[in-house]
Unconditional design. Structure first.
Length: 270
């Protein structure tokens, strides 16, 4: 093989992403595209609640979150995600999205028609605003398995305020873990909307974990009605919300740390 032909072959294989060593071996050298390098990495499922054994629980893994779905209520038991600073930014807009029936769960299941004339909003658990970093993540956030019937005032004001607060915390600390979902009170008569009988929550919870050298947690509990509920007055400890919901939120923490930080909740510490 002459020198000119050898140089041509080496140039071609390098363009294909393969380097040729002196011994004739091939080593892949192709780099990620510039576009891929600019995108935030996929959502990290850093932590999720302990398995539930007292209610139906189908685990749904999405691009931006994990959900435990309850086929009896047609709503999630909980939705969990790891919110990084990078995931609080992005150019994907929610304007082109529509709320979508989730065909990965059994029927009967929630449909968009169940919410028509129900006087309840389609309330996001993992918010669209936490998923602007990815078109697919944004689309997944509009699946009805990530949605609950939510009072309009709560959805527009207090719930939205805490969503924005969590994004501020993710930017300040680099990342936080969030779990939220509906609360159904056992001593209250169940209320449903739509042909598929989507159960209306009595309240909603949200718990937040910040890791690092000084880990801390905080929880919130909002009643699903039209009464004003400043989020400062909705603060609860994670222990309180665990007792209320029967969910162990952060089981991967070591027992000593978990016991200490889940018994505390001071908004001023954040």
């Amino acid at each position: 093989m002459n020198n000119r032909l050898s140089l041509l072959i080496i140039a071609l294989v390098c363009l294909a992403g393969i380097a040729v060593t002196a011994g004739g071996q091939q080593v892949t050298t192709k780099q990620p595209s510039t576009t891929a390098q600019k995108q935030p990495s996929a959502a990290v499922q850093y932590e999720r609640p302990a398995p539930l054994h007292d209610r139906p629980s189908l685990i749904l893994k999405r691009v931006g979150y994990i959900a435990s779905y309850n086929k009896q209520t047609r709503t999630p038991n909980w939705v969990a995600w790891h919110l990084t600073k990078a995931h609080t930014y992005g150019s994907t807009q929610r304007s082109g999205e529509v709320f979508t029936e989730d065909v990965q769960v059994p029927t009967p299941r929630a449909t968009d028609a169940d919410y028509y004339n129900s006087r309840y909003d389609r309330g996001h658990m993992c918010p669209a605003g936490d998923n602007k970093w990815s078109e697919k993540a944004m689309t997944h956030s509009f699946l009805l398995t990530n949605i609950c019937p939510q009072n309009h005032g709560l959805n527009k004001y207090e719930w939205n305020d805490v969503e924005m607060l969590c994004r501020d915390w993710a930017r300040s600390y680099g990342a936080i873990d969030i779990v939220c979902g509906p609360v159904y009170e056992k001593d209250k008569q169940a209320k449903y909307i739509g042909k598929n009988k989507v159960r209306v929550p009595d309240a909603f919870f949200k718990v937040v974990l910040c890791r690092g050298r000084q880990p801390k947690t905080i929880g919130f509990l909002f009643m699903n009605n039209g009464k004003k509920q400043p989020y400062a007055e909705a603060v609860r400890t994670v222990d309180e919300i665990e007792r209320l919901t029967g969910i162990d939120f952060f089981p991967a923490l070591d027992d000593k740390t978990e016991s200490r930080i889940e018994a505390q909740a001071r908004l001023a510490d954040w």
